[in-house]
Every structure is written in structure tokens, then in C-alpha cells.
Write a protein that binds this ligand. Structure first.
Ligand SMILES: N[C@@H](CCC(=O)N[C@@H](CS)C(=O)NCC(=O)O)C(=O)O
Length: 267
């Protein structure tokens, strides 16, 4: 049986859970409590030295990186495919996976840490804050988190993250005007990869900023919601603490995002 070292609201873990449920593959989920810093425990670091979830264990194989894990899982059940048929459509799918990993995932971390995760971090003593940050192995990630915990929504990192989402959602809306799913007529790994990030925008009270500009994305999100995999991989995993954490997001966040987007800027 596959074991997934998991996180209840982790966008990267949700990508993997969506893939598992869409593929109909059984797995055992082990929740790594990121709020309590379980990702930094020596046992977990021996599996995943990057101190992040997800990690997939398949017998002797330890598979890291959510996009690689999705592709690994996709190859396990020959009866179902979440990869398009032609080389061209496969390239399109892979392009969306890359955009998520390289641009949208860091932007999401910035927006989430600047809002939902900030209050509990600020409740720690200065010493505890420093100790937590020092455990993050990736220096870029550590510096971004430190900056947004300090300055919240006024951090320049937030401005860049909002612009990154604006560009991404416009591109997504363009493709979804042409077909029902991101890489074509059928659901693919690209849809599973993008879903948690649009869901996160909604949890951060930000989806409303793009609702009118991106009607095709909103229609696609409704289609995604109605698939059984959504509740199985997303809603059913939410715990009381997660709901509380996201309920703390400041209501004025959408005004902040709109103000940023009202300033003229070339991408
Ligand atoms: N590139 C990694 C990124 C994984 C990642 O950033 N995971 C986040 C949750 S979505 C995490 O574990 N964060 C722990 C932390 O911030 O300390 C992947 O795609 O698997």
C-alpha cells in the first residue's frame, strides 16, 4: 500500500491526493503537522531533507516533489490515464505543471504566510520565531517567509505574488474559453495541479478579485468541484484548526489586491 506523508491544507499534497482519487489508487495518509513543525523532525528529514510535504513511499521507493509524485502515481494504473494523447497536448500539460511549480507555488506561499499563517507565527516568542525560520533548509523560502511574517500584506513580495496570479489567471481563462479542461477536452494532471491553487485563492478571499475578469476559470472551478475527487481530496481533509486558521484572513485582502492591480505594470 502506498503511504503519503501528507498535509491537510497543503496545496502540493492536494495535487497528489486529487491524482490518487482520480486514478482510484488506495493509499494510507500520514498527516505531518506543519503548524507544530513536524516536518523538521529528524525522522521526517531522513525521508524528505527539504522539510516539506508531500513524500510518497512505495515499498523501498521514496518519491519527493509533488509534480514527480503525480506523474509516478499516474503510471501505476494502466486502465486510467490523466495524460493527454498527443505530444503537443502533453507538452501543454507539462507547461502548466511547470508554471505551478516555478511561479504560482511560491506566490501562494507568500499570500498564505502573509495572511492565514501570520497570526499564529506572531504569537510565538522572538526566539521561537527565529528557531522556526532557521530550520527551513531553502534559504529563498526562509527569506520570503521572514519578510511576509514581518510586513504582512504591505511586503513587496505580496505585490509580485498578486501580479503573478493576475498573469496566470488571464492565461488560464484564455485556454478554458477554448476547452473544458486545461490541456484539452479531458481532465488531466494539469487540472489536478491547478485546482488547489484556485481553491487557495478562494480560501484567502481573493478569488472574487478575478471573478469577473475570468469567467471561464470560475466555470471550470465549478466543474472541478462537482467531481467526486474534490471532496475526497480537499474538503474531507479539513480539520477544525485549518478552518480557524483560514477564517483569520483579513477581509480587506481583496481591496489590497485590487489596489495593487490598479497600478499600471507591464508583466
Ligand atoms: N517543491 C515541493 C514544495 C513542497 C511544499 O512547499 N510544501 C509545503 C506545503 S504546500 C510545506 O511542506 N511547507 C512546510 C513549511 O513551510 O515549513 C513540492 O512540490 O513537493
Amino acid at each position: 500500500m502506498l503511504i503519503l506523508y501528507d498535509g491537510t491544507t497543503s496545496v502540493c499534497a492536494i495535487k497528489v491526493r486529487l491524482t490518487l482519487f482520480e486514478m482510484g489508487i488506495e493509499f494510507q495518509s500520514y498527516n505531518v503537522n506543519l503548524r507544530d513543525g513536524e516536518q523538521f523532525s529528524p525522522d521526517y528529514l531522513s525521508l524528505n531533507p527539504n522539510a516539506v510535504v508531500p513524500t510518497l513511499i512505495d515499498g523501498d521507493a521514496v518519491v519527493l516533489e509533488s509534480t514527480i509524485i503525480m506523474q509516478y502515481i499516474e503510471e501505476l494504473n494502466e486502465k486510467i490515464s490523466l495524460v493527454p494523447q498527443t505530444p503537443q497536448t502533453r507538452a501543454i500539460m507539462r507547461m502548466w505543471l511547470k508554471k505551478i511549480d516555478e511561479i504560482i507555488h511560491p506566490a501562494t506561499g507568500i499570500l498564505t504566510h502573509a495572511t492565514a499563517f501570520r497570526p499564529s507565527f506572531l504569537q510565538k516568542s522572538k526566539q521561537e520565531q527565529k528557531a522556526h525560520l532557521n530550520k527551513i533548509p531553502d534559504i529563498g523560502r526562509r527569506n520570503r517567509q521572514e519578510a511576509v511574517y514581518k510586513d504582512g500584506l504591505s511586503s513587496p513580495f505580496v505585490e509580485n505574488a498578486v501580479w503573478a496570479y493576475d498573469k496566470f489567471i488571464k492565461e488560464l481563462d484564455d485556454v478554458l474559453k477554448r476547452h473544458d479542461f486545461i490541456a484539452g477536452r479531458l481532465y488531466s494532471l494539469a487540472d489536478a495541479a491547478v485546482t488547489p491553487y484556485i481553491n487557495r485563492l478562494s480560501a484567502l478571499k481573493l478569488l472574487t478579485v478575478w471573478r469577473e475578469k475570468a469567467p471561464a476559470v470560475c466555470d471550470w472551478y465549478k466543474r472541478i468541484h462537482s467531481r467526486p475527487s474534490f471532496d475526497l481530496a480537499v474538503t474531507n481533509y479539513l480539520k477544525q484548526g485549518d478552518i480557524k486558521q483560514f477564517s483569520q484572513v483579513d477581509d480587506n485582502i481583496s481591496d489590497v489586491a485590487r489596489r495593487i492591480l490598479n497600478q499600471k505594470r507591464a508583466y
